[in-house]
Each structure stands twice: as structure tokens, then as C-alpha cells.
Design a protein. Structure first.
Length: 423
């Protein structure tokens, strides 16, 4: 290994930030064999348990036999396959948008949408806790980027007022991936529309999990079909496959086909993944009770964790963070829980802000309530073993508010003083 690589890895080790992948045998079910040990899986985004559903597996297998394993190229080069078109039509109907466009992944969809809409002359305003793929989309955009304080509509208003000439693109997660809270979409929509801008909403963790029939937080807010709203959704989470889509007006879709680099320069999603997602979507539409089951499970987990003394008040969804603060302590808790048969991955910077390392728990509809109750008790005991009293954790809302325990006033002053830092 070169000396430079060794040094960089040693630095990560020293900071408690070295990562490694673990080996899972079998599908992403409620229980898995992890590095040879049976555990409860409490950190998968297979929220509705559809990744391993027989109908989804069968659809993917049939598609492989019918259309092959790969799409062969970008759709602009080797063509749209019938299965792509079919899923786009179903997704547009599900999301209540004029049209939909598939992307290879959610990461690519965010790069594509923000890169395209955030052309030179625009001001892209991004929530400070947005997903890394949105941050990277901002980096790709030719327009300027400004970061607003988490869910802070007044801060966003102030930023927009500083740049009245620039076309605005406001971008936010709807259900925040690491905090499980929900963006104030109605207010964001009114503000963005009054400035003549676009509101881009990443529904990766809301599609299939939130809102009427799992149609997302945009549908819950009654904003589906609004012309200034552009929705990103993924196929790799509740829809159990891989890939992503944008649901938007026909005009936005046409712009993306012509300018979104990840659409133009990357191979189209493979038929088995597309067919798997289509089967999952059909299942969701036939059995919307799955969404209620997921939400009921999430309530059970949050209630039981609160009983154990954890502060989970900031989450209202299936994503429940246990914010520990220190990276090494979060890892210690993760290992202690694993020893006791519960797998909940520790999440550390740069995925979350410095000083807010956490276990990110994710409920699946396939977890039983008893499994979730038992997991909460296990996590309580594991915390004590790791030298940490559950009640000592940083409240979720504080973690969502900012870094290093900065108070609201200090944080605001910082952002106002340097409002146009690049994400
Ligand atoms: N957006 C959000 C909010 C996410 O959490 C993720 C992935 N975890 C993505 C986008 C990227 O989606 P994909 O995994 O399909 O690339």
C-alpha cells in the first residue's frame, strides 16, 4: 500500500471513522445472518419487506429471462425498453405527476435534477441536513448554492430575499434520512412559488412509507401535481429493488432527458430491477395496509425506546436515530447491541454532522411488534454495557439543529454571516 493511502487510513482510524462492510447471508429480511451470526436487522431500508417478497423476486427473474440482465446503454443511445416505459407510467400515476423519468439510482437522480435545474444564474438553496447526493448535486450545479438551517423557513426566506434576480431552486429531503423528521413542505412550497422557483423534494424515505397509500409527504401535503414541485423517489428502499425516478411535469422531464448528465451518460436501469420495482408498486397499491403496519411498528419502537430512556421525540417516522454524539461511543453501542443479537449500524461523520454520531434504526413492516419491543430492551441494556445511560444522549432535535451543541442564536448568526457557503 502506498504511504499516502496508509496515512489516510490511519487518520480515519485515529478519528474513529474507519469503515468496513459486513457480510450478510441471504436476503434483507427481518432476521439475517451477519458475519456468520443470526441477528435482527434494524437498519435496512427495505421498509415494506418487499425486496424479498416472492412476487417481486419472481417479476425480477421473469424480466431477466424476457429482456435480459442489462439495458445495454443510455436510453438516448440504445432506446427505452418497454419495461422502463411501463414503470414510468405507473410511477407518474402513483405520484400524481404528469410524467416520470427513471434514473440509475437516487444518487444519480439528485445529481441530474439539481445539476439541470440549478443552471448558471440560479440560486440553489439546500437544507443543511440534506442527503449527500443532494450536496453533490449542488456541487455539480453551475448556479450558486446556499445552505439554510434545518427546516428553517425564515432563514430560507432571508436567503431568497438576498438574491431576487436569481431563479431559485429549493431542495430538501421530505423525510430526513438520518433524523426521521419531516420537512415543512407546505410552507416551503408557498415560499418557493412566491419567488418563482422550483421546489425539489427527495422522497427517498417517504415513498411507500408516508402519506396516503404510501404516496409520500408531498401527497400528504396536497402538493402532488403542482407544476413547480419536482419529486425524486427511489426504487431501492420501500420499493425493494434498485434505481430511482423523478416525478414532475412533462416540461421538466423533457429538460432532464436533454440536460441531466446521469440520464444522458449512464446506462439505463436493468430490466430485473425495473420489473421488481413495478411488482412492488403493484403490491403496495393492492395492499396499502403495509404502510400502516410499518408506521404502527415505528410507533411501537419509538415508545419502547422512550420507555428505556432514549430521547426519540424528534422522529415521527420509521427512521429512529439514537444520537450518541461521540463516534467511538456510537461504535461501542453498535457492537454491544450486535453481541446481543440486534444489528443497527452506527452512523458517523461525514454522513452526519460532527458530534452527532448515532445508531440509525430503521423499522420494516416485516418486523413483528414483539421483535421491536425486544430490540428496544436490548438497546437499553447494550447502552449500559457501552458505558452510556440512554437518557444521556443528545436529544434528536438538538442533533438535527446543529453541530457541537451550538445554540440556536449562535448557529443562526454563523449562517447569516456566511450564508452562501457551498454545501
Ligand atoms: N436520497 C436520500 C435521502 C437517500 O437517503 C439516499 C440513499 N440512502 C439517496 C437519495 C440515494 O438513493 P440510492 O441509494 O438509490 O442511490
Amino acid at each position: 500500500m502506498s504511504a499516502e493511502i496508509e496515512q489516510r487510513l490511519a487518520e480515519l482510524d485515529a478519528a474513529g471513522l474507519r469503515r468496513r462492510t459486513r457480510l450478510v447471508s441471504g436476503p434483507q429480511g427481518a432476521r439475517v445472518v451477519l458475519d456468520g451470526k443470526p441477528v435482527l436487522l434494524l437498519c435496512s431500508n427495505n421498509y415494506l419487506g418487499l425486496a424479498d417478497h416472492p412476487r417481486v423476486r419472481e417479476a425480477a427473474a421473469d424480466a431477466a429471462m424476457r429482456w435480459g440482465a442489462g439495458a445495454g446503454g443510455s436510453r438516448l443511445v440504445s432506446g427505452t425498453m418497454t419495461i422502463h416505459q411501463r414503470l414510468e407510467e405507473r410511477l407518474a400515476a402513483f405520484k400524481g405527476s404528469e410524467r416520470a423519468l427513471l434514473f440509475g439510482s437516487g444518487y444519480l437522480a439528485n445529481l441530474g435534477v439539481i445539476g439541470s435545474l440549478g443552471a448558471a444564474g440560479t440560486l440553489v438553496c439546500s437544507d443543511e441536513l440534506n442527503h449527500a447526493s443532494i450536496v453533490d448535486g449542488c456541487r455539480l450545479a453551475r448556479g450558486r448554492t446556499a445552505v439554510y438551517a434545518h427546516n428553517d423557513v425564515e432563514h430560507l426566506r432571508w436567503l431568497l430575499e438576498q438574491a431576487p434576480e436569481e431563479r431559485a431552486v429549493v431542495v430538501t429531503d421530505s423525510v430526513f434520512s438520518m433524523d426521521g423528521d419531516v420537512a415543512p413542505l407546505e410552507e416551503l412550497s408557498v415560499l418557493t412559488r412566491s419567488h418563482g422557483g422550483w421546489l425539489v423534494v427527495d422522497e427517498a424515505h417517504a415513498t411507500g412509507c408516508f402519506g396516503p397509500g404510501g404516496r409520500g409527504a408531498i401527497a400528504e401535503a396536497g402538493l402532488d401535481g403542482e407544476e413547480h414541485v419536482v419529486v425524486v423517489g427511489t426504487l431501492g428502499k420501500a420499493l425493494g429493488a434498485y434505481g430511482a425516478f423523478v416525478a414532475a411535469s412533462a416540461a421538466v422531464r423533457e429538460l432532464l432527458v436533454n440536460t441531466a448528465r446521469p440520464f444522458i451518460f449512464s446506462t439505463a436501469p436493468p430490466p430485473p430491477a425495473v420489473a421488481g420495482a413495478l411488482a412492488a408498486l403493484e403490491l403496495l397499491e393492492e395492499q396499502p395496509a403495509r404502510v400502516g403496519q410499518l408506521q404502527a411498528g415505528a410507533r411501537v419502537l419509538r415508545d419502547e425506546l422512550a420507555r428505556e430512556g432514549f430521547d426519540v421525540a424528534g422522529s415521527s417516522t420509521q427512521i429512529v436515530p439514537l444520537v450518541i454524539g461521540d463516534a467511538a461511543q456510537a461504535m461501542a453501542l453498535c457492537e454491544a447491541a450486535l453481541e446481543r443479537g440486534v444489528f443497527a449500524q452506527a452512523i458517523r461523520p461525514p454522513t452526519v454532522p460532527q458530534g452527532t454520531s448515532r445508531l440509525r434504526l430503521a423499522v420494516m413492516a416485516s418486523h413483528t411488534k414483539e421483535e421491536l419491543r425486544e430490540a428496544a430492551r436490548t438497546l437499553g441494556r447494550a447502552a449500559l454495557q457501552a458505558g452510556f445511560r440512554p437518557g444521556d444522549g443528545m436529544p434528536v432535535a438538538a442533533a438535527a439543529r446543529g453541530r457541537d451543541g451550538a445554540t440556536e442564536g449562535v448557529r443562526r448568526a454563523t449562517l447569516v454571516a456566511a450564508p452562501l457557503r457551498v454545501a
